[in-house]
Design a protein around this ligand. Structure first.
Ligand code: DGL
Length: 269
């Protein structure tokens, strides 16, 4: 394929920016389209059937409008449910972001790891299968929090996270002092990593999926877009599924991710 990589990075909210950041460190010459389904945010409390239908509809509209040629579902909550159906429905490559349980299990010296995600992600069969396949010899403590997602959203709007509140959310992970590794199984959480570290009682390994996703996308680009101009700077635009005052308070943060071009997507059923 001779066209430039047009990469749709999709999440319910701002979380996928943590994945976009890793992708922006890769080859140049990419057109990134950051898409937030803010109309249906948050995903973490939605049913699986809602998410399957919703993500399919939103992606159809976004692909029609943007002509993206790679989809990155930068959301664990969605990826752990929708990947197989959207791979059936779209002809372009779909890269999913799922909890980094395998590297976390490999990194833990104590065999006790924490899984910090949305309530949806930590309860999924998909996640349970990852644990059985890659962390069978570990004890996995799960914490599902939608509040932490909101805290990350607010943080990008200039409202600093509250250390005491975060400490209370994380407390179940520290009931035993054996736990040494935490999987950030929600793309929102790397955006507040310093606040998470500050609220933790000791040094830990924090593991997320961003670098692995960036490597996967880079290999797709190398295979499918050999003619791209690597020296050309990449471009970034953001698309939201609903116009709202909330977007204005995000402009400054979006700009730090290279994104000053913000628009809204019409026509989603
Ligand atoms: N960023 C999403 C994830 O990785 C979840 C946010 C939400 O609940 O909408 O799971």
């Amino acid at each position: 394929m001779n066209s430039a990589p047009r990469i749709l990075v999709f999440d319910s909210g701002v979380g996928g920016l943590s994945i976009l950041e890793a992708l922006r460190q890769g080859p140049g010459g990419c057109d990134f389209i950051y898409a937030s389904d803010n109309a249906a945010f948050p995903y973490g409390l939605k049913t699986q059937s809602f998410l399957i239908e919703r993500v399919d509809n939103v992606l159809k509209t976004l692909i029609d409008q943007t002509q993206a040629n790679i989809i990155v579902v930068a959301c664990n909550t969605a990826s752990t449910v929708v990947l197989s159906s959207i791979r059936d429905h779209f002809k372009i490559p779909v890269v999913g972001v799922v909890p980094a349980i395998k590297p976390a299990a490999a990194l833990s010296s104590t065999g006790m790891i924490g899984l910090l995600g949305t309530p949806g992600t930590v309860d999924r069969d998909y996640t349970q299968t990852l644990i059985q396949d890659f962390a069978d010899d570990c004890e996995v403590i799960k914490v599902g929090s939608s509040r932490l997602v909101e805290i990350a959203e607010q943080s990008l709007r200039g409202i600093p996270p509250d250390k005491i509140e975060i400490g209370e959310i994380l407390a179940p992970l520290f009931a035993d002092d054996k736990l040494d590794t935490i999987v950030l199984a929600c793309t929102h959480f790397p955006l507040i990593i310093q606040a998470l570290k500050d609220a933790s009682p000791r040094e830990l390994n924090w593991v997320d999926s961003a670098d692995a996703i960036a490597r996967r996308v880079e290999s797709l680009i190398a295979k499918r877009h050999q003619q791209q101009n690597l020296s050309k700077p990449s471009s970034v635009q953001a698309i939201f599924t609903e116009d709202s005052d909330e977007i204005d308070s995000l402009r400054k943060a979006l700009s730090t991710f290279g994104c000053d071009d913000i628009s809204f997507c019409e026509g989603i059923k």
